[in-house]
Design a protein around this ligand. Structure first.
Ligand SMILES: CC(C)(COP(=O)(O)OP(=O)(O)OC[C@H]1O[C@@H](n2cnc3c(N)ncnc32)[C@H](O)[C@@H]1OP(=O)(O)O)[C@@H](O)C(=O)NCCC(=O)NCCS
Length: 152
């Protein structure tokens, strides 16, 4: 198992995985392409030596002077619940912590996504009490979750 930086030739694989996991809420290929060229962190999880052996990814952008926003994060359904999500998130947080200008990490999560919420809480992310209504294309609402780097 390896965690490596995403490269532009990973686009096809990223998009396939994105559609498989998020279906109607999936990011477009164009948006993923933009993220490959504009991010502060874009890591992929590989469990094999071929291009197709990508089993998860996490991407963050800088959305404010001192704030990183994790805009996409997934593990292939066949490999979920084996600790890979925890590993990938941990690696991402370690990297973001080393960036001097970043003091806060935020993300949005579907209110019904208990698995992801539990995982973020394990790393000390806190839910903002205000629910973001109709946040997703599907009409579902989201929580904003925040982590102060100091509490990592
Ligand atoms: C959220 C996600 C990235 C977690 O990745 P993962 O590899 O499954 O996570 P882990 O195996 O490290 O498990 C994390 C926690 O979730 C729990 N969990 C994971 N899959 C589960 C399942 N199917 N049922 C119940 N609990 C589950 C684990 O028990 C673990 O908790 P623990 O450490 O207290 O035991 C993954 O489930 C996923 O890709 N989900 C779909 C996309 C998504 O929701 N992304 C996040 C958007 S904000």
């Amino acid at each position: 198992m390896k965690i490596k930086n995403v490269k532009f030739w990973d686009l096809k694989q990223l998009y396939q995985l994105e559609q498989k996991v998020f279906e109607a809420n999936a990011f477009s290929k164009d948006l993923l392409k933009k993220l490959i060229f504009n991010n502060i962190l874009f890591l992929k999880l590989k469990i094999g030596k071929f291009k197709k052996d990508m089993y998860g990814f996490i991407v963050a952008i800088k959305d404010n002077r001192d704030r990183a926003n994790i805009v996409n994060f997934l593990i292939n359904p066949e490999f979920q619940n084996k600790g890979y999500g925890t590993l990938l998130l941990q690696k991402a947080l370690e990297y973001l912590k080393r960036l001097k200008e970043i003091t806060k990490i935020v993300l949005n999560v579907q209110v019904s996504n208990n698995i992801a919420i539990k995982l973020y809480e394990k790393f000390n992310f806190k839910k903002d009490p205000n629910v973001l209504e109709n946040y997703y294309q599907s009409g579902e609402s989201a929580f904003l979750m925040e982590l102060n780097i100091a509490s990592l």
